[in-house]
Design a protein around this ligand. Structure first.
Ligand code: 5RP
Length: 238
């Protein structure tokens, strides 16, 4: 992990977590603005940090063409601001994808899916030329896994997938009452050993019935903007 810059203009020692989220949302707008033109389509994530980014995006909507949303909720918020929302199949390129995370490690591997939008988030991130992750400093860890890993599962495979996850010496917990935008269910995996993030990502995705899991290691973040009492740090993996 390498800190390549810090905006100390935003330094405010007594900032709340929500204020830190707003600071990184604004920093993301500042970062993407010079890259935009009238043809640009951007990818937009899901969650409370992404919602603040969406709010700020409304101020620069004249600078780009439109957006691809990582969830129905994000699409609704973009629409409400008058930002054109495209189906992924209808765009050739996503210039940049901006989204939050539940945890990140020094390699900028992420856990995502706290908001159950992991599959569409992973698809948009895979297509995007650049993935900018926006977080506050509570999301920083040395090794991923304190936050339970969300896994999206085809409903009929729920018990089978849970049994397979137990074989990894972890504790799967069914997220009651949650149905994803894709009509599936979520299993949160507690106490999973994620010392090999890419390996475990592939292993869990290989269980029959798993749609995808919330590890973003094969496609990690290119740049992370982290808000803390010291300002907004710009972080790359190396
Ligand atoms: C949603 C996500 C979010 O990015 C993640 O849960 C972080 O959310 P927040 O910005 O509210 O802390 O992966 O599926």
């Amino acid at each position: 992990m390498r800190i390549i810059g810090r905006n100390t203009l935003m330094k405010m020692p007594l900032m709340t977590q929500d204020e830190l989220k707003l600071a990184v949302a604004k920093a993301a707008i500042e970062y993407i603005t010079p890259k935009l033109d009238k043809e640009s389509v951007i990818g937009v994530g899901t969650g409370s940090t992404a919602n603040l980014f969406i709010q700020e995006l409304g101020n620069i909507k004249h600078l780009f063409d439109g957006a691809v949303a990582s969830s129905d909720e994000t699409a609704r918020r973009l629409n409400d601001l008058g930002i054109s929302v495209y189906e992924l199949n209808d765009v050739n390129e996503i210039l940049v994808y901006v989204d939050g995370a539940d945890e990140f490690d020094p390699r900028l591997n992420l856990i995502k899916g706290g908001g159950a939008a992991l599959t569409r988030e992973k698809i948009v991130a895979a297509v995007a030329k650049e993935f900018v992750c926006i977080v506050d400093d509570t999301k920083q860890v040395d090794i991923l896994g304190e936050f339970p890993l969300p896994v999206e599962v085809i409903p009929m495979a729920r018990s089978h997938v849970a049994r397979e996850l137990c074989k990894l010496n972890a504790q799967p917990v069914y997220r009651q009452g949650v149905v994803t935008d894709n009509g599936n269910v979520i299993i949160d995996v507690h106490n999973l050993d994620i010392s090999d993030a890419k390996g475990i990502e592939a292993k869990i995705n290989n269980i029959v019935g798993v749609v995808t899991n919330g590890l973003f290691a094969q496609r990690n973040a290119d740049l992370l903007l982290m808000g803390s009492a010291d300002g907004v740090a710009k972080i790359t993996a190396k």
